[in-house]
Design a protein around this ligand. Structure first.
Ligand SMILES: *Cc1c(COP(=O)(O)O)cnc(C)c1O
Length: 298
């Protein structure tokens, strides 16, 4: 267990979050063993709040061969921390630090011909080869290049000397095999079209849920986030993942309050004499203090 102090302005609160890096490592090994496909550990959003750099190291130790994050800035942070594994960033907003990402050897996932051309121009200027994994839209309508622009996307990538296309991928929505039929067919169509443009990318589609429930989605790589952090992909059929986060606090006061008294912000009227425990937690711990918590009887 590595313990990280809760960031607090007061410095006196006895609450803390423990993050088990061993659990991240063993969850990665478990998922790798089940999928039998290379694992990209997705450590976006600060490693699901567990700390991106240490989560990344733990997942790599557990057998992940590469890393995925949303933004270039997140990817650059991992590189600056000394992580040398391949890193893919897929949210390329307008002012994304493309030049800096390329100079750190970050792989990028453009989802439009314009993004491909922009990255190619920056790479040419820096005299580097940009490694790309093209994202195509296959039914989720979240991101990815729509089918109407696939041809142009693949052309743009094939025509640019300063880019190399390593992958072609999509993101799957849904929780059962049936949901994946169409998107998988759609991705195969994109792959065939890419091939006609002279590209030979690897293919990937699955995140934690798809990788767990449907082996067909595992393709050449699985991109796993939640499962590595102990969140079961299918709640009523658990894989036995280990809990990663543990939040603890100390009771700071106990008091007996009589029946009929009014308690707390929500003015709960006690219907029996109660022994109340005060937990010294609130906004600083990410908890809404005005939230109503179920009261145990007795
Ligand atoms: C978040 C994310 C993942 C990981 O998804 P989980 O459900 O957390 O495993 C994979 N791919 C992409 C593109 C993502 O945004």
């Amino acid at each position: 267990m590595e313990t990280c102090a809760r960031p607090t302005t007061w410095g006196v609160a006895p609450s803390h979050l423990s993050v088990s890096l061993e659990a991240i490592q063993s969850n990665t090994a478990l998922m790798l063993g089940m999928c039998r496909t290379p694992v990209m550990a997705v450590v976006k959003a600060g490693g699901f709040g567990m700390g991106a750099v240490r989560a990344a190291r733990a997942a790599l130790a557990g057998g992940a061969s590469e890393l995925g994050v949303a933004t270039c800035s997140e990817a650059i942070e991992l590189r600056r921390a000394g992580i040398t594994a391949p890193i893919l960033a897929w949210v390329l907003h307008e002012d994304a630090p493309i030049a800096e990402a390329l100079s750190c050897g970050i792989r990028l996932a453009p989802s439009s011909p314009a993004q491909v051309r922009h990255i190619a121009a920056v790479a040419a200027q820096q005299q580097v080869i940009a490694e790309l994994e093209l994202e195509v839209e296959t039914g989720m309508h979240r991101s990815g290049c729509p089918q109407t622009h696939w041809q142009e996307l693949f052309r743009a990538a094939a025509d640019a000397d300063s880019v190399q296309v390593l992958g072609l991928w999509t993101h799957l929505a849904g929780t059962i095999s049936e949901h994946f039929d169409e998107p998988l067919e759609c991705l195969a169509e994109a792959a065939a079209l890419a091939e006609r443009s002279g590209l030979r990318p690897r293919l990937h589609a699955a995140a934690s849920v798809a990788a767990t429930v449907d082996p067909r989605t595992r393709l050449d790589l699985v991109r796993l986030g939640a499962s590595l952090f102990g969140i079961e992909p299918v709640r009523d059929r658990p894989l036995g993942l280990n809990a990663v986060a543990r939040w603890e606090t100390r009771v700071s006061q106990v008091r007996d309050v009589a029946v009929g008294e009014v308690v707390g912000y929500d003015r709960v009227v006690l219907d029996h004499p109660s022994r109340l425990a005060l937990l010294p937690v609130g906004y600083a711990d990410g908890i809404l203090v005005a939230q109503r918590w179920p009261m145990a009887a007795g």
